[in-house]
Design a protein around this ligand. Structure first.
Ligand code: TXE
Length: 494
């Protein structure tokens, strides 16, 4: 049996239904949706969708778990123990989870093995550590009350029922970014996996149950955005929404949240600059920049899709980058030689190919790629456009595919001007040997994360998020706890 066929078997044996109040819902009359393999274009499994009544039940179960159940009474140390147990179970099944993610998303096996699954484990462990350390930060003797002394302090409480809506590009890792801090904080979580890639979320629901998470603490609600997602964001019993996806859907989420004045955390992608100065180690920079735009088929919120190169080394650097692109091997994620997989679905394929046409029409120079291989699957060749200008569509809009737009610049100020000429502000990389310049430019570039001479190491201790069209709020680190809690001030008149 090959790894592909055993992973397809694993997928077919997953419970393909909503997981609510500790039970899998029986496939009923609710509508279903097909999960398509992006490489073969065949249906992997058919999943029952969580409709309005399922969402209602999940919200009630979450409320009950918080207000009357074991979950609401559990102390932080015990929540931490359960999160560590969940991390152990994910670790035990790491290879299978990585394979499921490859099958579902179309990404080469090495990526979930090196990034998504280890990051999910690290995130569950990180928040297991926070769970018993969530205290209010203020203890104050106030200026007094009617001549009497006072003592005030703050306590930090779970925000309540959290809807976590995740995208298809890295569902295992991004799911952990939302589930782990919310559970550590003592919230109940309703996870809405992406309809294009729900497999690892379905597996995780079973692992959470095996870890001993009480009923209602985590429900998993597979379904389409306009049905399950919309029911969830409009539900008055949801106290907070954490969303990663497109700005268009982010607007819908924000509008629904505004109805009930509920807080939202939004991560909406980017058009991140990678700035290569002439004094950089150009080989190291070319390796890093190629990784930054081509990893995960370019379907990465932080993808470095705008490549700004100082004019003095511009032609040389474009050649070096093109040489890296030429070495990329497109193929089945289960073939050991594959270094780039397929895009998630036919709409994404059409979208990316349309941007490539626009790049050509607007006069950027196609250096490499630009087409799709003659085979089944939603593949697009690694593509580089050079001699682009900052006003071109391919320099402004998120393509979310393996398409890099290269723009020349003259000096530091020019580079910063181009880098900040964007509606997005999520991430940036700088490549330079000049330490002073690194710190100066890092400060001036508008982004939530800046890395110098490499990519920001993913680490749950570091906050993650952006501004402008990239969204607002931060995930991970202590910020993840803050996003899932609220402080209450208690004053005692002595
Ligand atoms: O995103 P959506 P799509 C960008 C990327 C991509 C584009 C479209 O440019 O090409 O978005 O992708 C759920 N109420 N990013 O259409 O719609 C949906 O089911 C509630 C960047 O897949 O934003 C899924 O679970 N939920 C991004 C999630 O939202 C709704 C990652 C994301 O889907 C909903 C993904 C609704 N009305 C795409 N409609 C990043 N930040 O990296 C949809 N959803």
């Amino acid at each position: 049996m090959t790894r592909r066929s055993s992973t397809e078997g694993l997928a077919q044996n997953l419970p393909a239904a909503p997981f609510i109040a500790g039970r899998w819902e029986a496939a009923s009359t609710s509508p279903t949706f097909d999960v398509i393999d992006p490489v073969t274009e065949r249906t992997l499994i058919t999943v029952s969708e969580a409709g309005a009544t399922s969402v209602d039940r999940a919200v009630s179960a979450a409320r009950e778990a918080l207000d009357d159940g074991e979950w609401g009474r559990m102390d932080g140390a015990e929540r931490g123990r359960l999160l560590n147990r969940l991390a152990d179970l994910v670790q035990e099944r790491a290879d299978e989870i990585a394979d499921l993610e490859s099958l579902d998303v179309g990404k080469p096996g090495i990526e979930p093995r090196m990034i998504d699954v280890p990051q999910a484990i690290a995130t569950f462990r990180h928040y297991a550590g926070w769970a018993d350390k969530i205290d209010g930060r203020s203890t104050v003797s106030t200026s007094g009350y009617m001549g009497r002394r006072t003592l005030s302090y703050s306590i930090r409480e779970p925000i309540g029922v959290v809807a976590a809506i995740i995208p298809w590009n890295s569902p295992t890792m991004i799911g952990s970014w939302k589930i782990a801090p919310a559970l550590a904080a003592g919230c109940a979580v309703l996870l809405k996996p992406p309809e294009d890639a729900p497999l690892t979320s379905l597996l995780l629901a079973g692992l959470a149950q095996q870890a001993g998470l009480p009923a209602g603490a985590l429900s998993v609600l597979p379904g389409r955005g306009r049905t399950t997602g919309q029911h969830l964001i409009e539900h008055p019993g949801v106290d907070k929404i954490s969303f990663t996806g497109s700005p268009e859907t982010g607007r819908i989420v924000t509008a629904a949240a505004a109805e009930g004045f509920r807080p939202v955390t939004l991560e909406l992608g980017g058009k991140s600059p990678q700035i290569v100065f002439a004094d950089a180690d150009l080989d190291q920079a070319a390796d890093g920049v190629a990784l930054g735009i081509f990893a995960n088929q370019g379907e990465v919120c932080a993808a470095g899709s705008r490549i700004l190169v100082q004019r003095r080394v511009y032609a040389d650097f474009v050649d070096r980058l093109a040489a890296r692109a030429a070495k990329i091997v497109l193929g089945d994620p289960f073939d050991p030689g594959t270094t780039m997989g397929a895009l998630i679905n036919s709409q994404q394929l059409t979208k990316v190919l349309r941007y490539i046409d626009i790049g050509r029409e607007q006069g950027a120079r196609l250096v490499t790629g630009g087409g799709r291989p003659d085979r089944a699957g939603y593949f697009v060749e690694p593509t580089l456009f050079a001699d682009a200008t900052t006003t071109m569509t391919i320099a402004q809009e998120e393509i979310f595919g393996p398409v890099g737009t290269i723009i020349p610049f003259d000096d530091e100020q020019h580079a910063i001007g181009i880098a900040n000429d964007s509606r997005y502000a999520l991430a940036a990389t700088l490549w330079t040997a000049d330490l002073g310049r690194a710190h100066t430019v890092a400060r001036l570039v508008k982004a939530g994360a800046v890395a110098v001479n490499g990519w920001s190491p993913l680490d749950p201790r570091l906050p993650w998020g952006g501004s402008k069209l990239s969204g607002h709020g931060r995930e991970l680190s202590w910020a993840g706890i803050e996003a899932n809690t609220q402080e209450k001030t208690v004053t005692v008149i002595l």
